[in-house]
Design a protein around this ligand. Structure first.
Ligand SMILES: [Ca+2]
Ligand SMILES: [Ca+2]
Ligand SMILES: [Ca+2]
Ligand SMILES: [Ca+2]
Length: 750
């Protein structure tokens, strides 16, 4: 045997992609002996050639042994019955949550904790409106201890840890707090006395520390000296209907706010904007508190102007609205002070009618009116922790947690003296704004604030404005998109075993789910997208690849495009079939395999890999459903292929059936153990290695310094990932996270 290895066929085992010198191969051989692969090699080595260059030697080889078809499917995924239940919170909106394999919280159990967004969830979805989710989901097999996280505004920023036991994970989340009603109607008088004393409100009063703004005005009235709750709240029972929201409108407002905002997570750029509201007509204006999601006790004021915004902070005439915006619903963290309950400064649903003072520029409040002239622009400013220095029982946080941050709705008028992880040195607007449209088509503005410099979640104070249709320029809330990832790796010389570097075709699959969560429906998933990015580590074959799309719900459209999702295909090239709209980019060869009303199988063949720009091409499949779904109803399988006449030589992951254009002559030859006659055991191999695998929960970037490193081309996968073989030989029972643990020192044999 040893003598044989010194002959030329050994070159062929390890050098299918690029010619290599024989001395290199001897080092490989020594490693293989170490790795205990000797027995395997006999069957592999004898039966395979490794490059088209050596095809002429093929006839000299013994018939391959097919006695040891590997029964392991090399799968890295698991199906888990995932049960998540936030019903104890009575949110009445679908609750967005994410599942992590590790704890994603930064500063856990400290004030100001947030989510590390560089950590990717392994799953994200929505509960129904009752807060319940129960679906079979596909997760990476290594995810055994699940951290289920929500930042829903009405549930709060929460992390629940559950184990996967017998393919089930169950997270029934307790509500540790007695929730106040979300549209409180009773005016609760605090235990303090009426006051309009600004002297203890940090920096709102001239003469206390460095002043950036004028002393705030308090013409609206007094507040309770202990809680800060305004004594000038609008009496909702007697208020004109246009200034208060109905219960149905509250449901819609919260569903919209929960769609746009997620506690502990950065808000989308598209909502961050100068949020000064321009009145489209002469109107009264009221502000309704939707709540705060923060540990800070901040103060909210408003100002107004016409024409262009003031540029000098000292020119702002700020009128106090809420001295203490803390609503007592912040669920987490070890507060310095636990005695704040009962001293809540703003109940959810509290309303204040704003006043217009035509002579305010001179500090003159004569001529006060409830009517704001058409064209008036109303801005808002939040002083972080402005209420904090009231005394030990009147604030969640005390002066020691003072934040010297002023968040204004006008660009340039915010002030940041705190730095923090995400500072705001240019004083940009720290508001998000978006519109809510009620069932009868009325449009309302929702405005929210970021109060500190760590998480950018912009849900630290959320309020809505009345009346309907009074303001210009409101954007609607976009659908929420969430993504999970996986990577395919292929050997391209199937049916021959080769060097097992598993990089001859690599594909990242980004699975994006798009949700519309403020429709009033339990079903929120409207669209699924699969962005498939190609890469490889050195190929000489003219490879293509294929995508099999499986759908399990009635679809409206399928778009197959040579661009990342979000790039619209040319509608004029769309094709109608079965009353559905299809589109496929000319680079796609489309084959519809079978469809019924609710199920469909579609194959696409794409010429790509040969000498393309590595990692720069992304192909996408978009599926839009005829009606929204509770969770994923589509999946894709990616396979490597090479065109041979009108057919394709296809390589799939083990046990996956081939596509409709497969050339069948290779099945059961060389190292392949496919039983095509009985349509089973497709793409199984007689070694400890597969021809292809799918690695769940990772992106291509995870392999830049290993499988995709040109310097590591043709280094076997088990040398780069030392736990690979124990995983493979245990049939996937042990070392399920082998691909997260590379050996950085794996070297190409010299
Ligand atoms: Ca925040
Ligand atoms: Ca927050
Ligand atoms: Ca290879
Ligand atoms: Ca390779």
């Amino acid at each position: 045997m040893r003598k044989n290895f010194e002959n030329s066929f050994f070159i062929r085992i390890f050098a299918h992609n690029k010619p290599k010198v024989i001395s290199t191969m001897f080092n490989s051989f020594k490693f293989l002996m170490r790795a205990g692969l000797y027995a395997c090699l006999i069957s592999v080595g004898i039966s395979c050639t490794d490059s088209e260059d050596f095809a002429d030697e093929k006839d000299n080889k013994p018939t391959p042994s097919k006695t040891r078809a590997n029964s392991f499917d090399f799968s890295t995924t698991q199906k888990v019955d995932l049960i998540v239940d936030y019903s104890a919170f009575n949110a009445k909106v679908p609750v967005f949550f994410s599942v992590y394999n590790v704890n994603p919280f930064v500063n856990e159990n400290q004030i100001g904790e947030y989510i590390d967004e560089s950590i990717k969830p392994v799953f994200s979805g929505y509960t129904d409106k009752n807060g319940k989710f129960d679906e079979t989901v596909t997760l990476p097999k290594y995810a055994k201890r699940l951290h289920i996280v929500t930042g829903n505004f009405l549930v709060g920023l929460r992390r629940t840890v559950v184990e996967v036991i017998d393919d089930e994970a169950r997270a029934i989340v307790d509500n540790p707090m007695a929730k106040t009603t979300r549209s409180a109607t009773n005016r609760v008088v605090g235990t303090g006395t009426p006051t309009n004393d600004l002297s203890k409100l940090s920096n709102l009063y001239m003469g206390k520390g460095t002043q950036y703004y004028k002393k705030w005005y308090t013409p609206l009235g007094n507040w309770d000296s202990h809680s800060g709750r305004p004594l000038y709240l609008l009496d909702k029972a007697s208020a004109s209907p246009g200034l208060v929201f109905t219960d149905e409108e509250f449901d819609g407002l919260y569903a919209t706010a929960c769609s746009a905002l997620n506690s502990g997570t950065s808000v989308k750029e598209t909502y961050r904007a100068n949020a000064d509201m321009t009145l489209a007509k002469e109107s009264e204006v009221s502000i309704t508190m939707l709540g705060s999601s923060t540990c800070w006790n901040s103060s909210l004021g408003y100002y107004y102007y016409t024409g262009s915004a003031p540029t000098n902070k000292m020119d702002l005439n700020i009128i106090m609205v809420f001295p203490n915006t803390q609503d007592g619903e912040w669920p987490r963290g070890n507060y310095p002070n636990n005695d704040y309950k009962g001293n809540i400064g703003a109940e959810r649903g509290d309303v204040v009618r704003l006043m217009y003072y035509p002579n305010i520029a001179n500090g003159d409040f004569s001529g006060a009116t409830t009517m704001f002239p058409k064209g008036t622009k109303i801005g808002f400013i939040l002083k972080s922790n402005g209420w904090a220095c009231q005394g030990s029982n009147y604030a969640v946080n005390t002066c020691s947690g003072l934040k010297n941050i002023w968040a204004a709705s006008t660009d340039g008028l915010s002030t940041d003296l705190d730095g923090g992880k995400k500072p705001n040195p240019n004083g940009e607007s720290r508001t998000a704004k978006f519109g809510f449209e009620s069932a009868n088509g009325n449009q309302y503005a929702i405005i929210s604030f970021e109060d500190a410099n760590d998480d950018q979640d912009y849900d630290d104070l959320v309020f809505a404005l009345n009346p309907a249709n009074a303001f210009v320029g409101m954007s609607t809330v976009e659908n929420r998109e969430v993504a999970t990832y996986g990577v395919y790796g292929f050997e391209d010389l199937w049916p021959r075993a080769a060097d097992y570097d598993m990089n001859d075709g690599m594909f990242e699959v980004e699975h994006v789910k798009e949700f519309y969560s403020h429709s009033g429906k339990n079903e929120t998933l409207v669209k699924e997208m699969f962005n498939i990015t190609t890469d490889h580590n050195y190929i000489t074959q003219q490879n293509s690849f294929g995508i099999k799309l499986n759908t399990k719900a009635a679809i409206a459209t399928i778009y197959a495009n040579k661009a990342k999702t979000g790039t619209a295909p040319d509608p004029s090239t769309a094709t109608k079939m079965d009353n559905k709209l299809y589109y496929w980019h000319p680079d796609f060869t489309f084959v519809k395999s079978s469809t019924s009303n609710t199920n469909g199988i579609y194959y696409y063949y794409i010429n790509d890999l040969y000498n393309n720009n590595r990692g720069k091409t992304t192909y996408s499949i978009e599926v839009t459903y005829a009606s929204s779904q509770t969770d994923s109803k589509a999946s894709v399988e990616v396979f490597l292929c090479r065109k041979e006449g009108s057919l394709y030589r296809e390589v799939h992951v083990p046990f996956e059936a081939p596509g409709p254009k497969v050339a069948t002559s290779y099945f059961g030859t060389e190292n392949d153990c496919s039983d095509h006659a009985n349509k089973k055991n497709y793409y199984t191999c007689n070694t400890d290695f597969p021809f292809a695998f799918y690695l769940a929960g990772v992106q291509l970037d995870a392999f830049r310094t290993t499988l995709l490193d040109p310097a590591k081309e043709s280094i076997r996968v088990d040398e780069q990932f030392p736990m690979f073989l124990s995983w493979a030989r245990s049939n996937g029972k042990t070392n399920t996270d082998w691909y997260l643990h590379p050996n950085p020192n794996a070297k190409k044999p010299e």
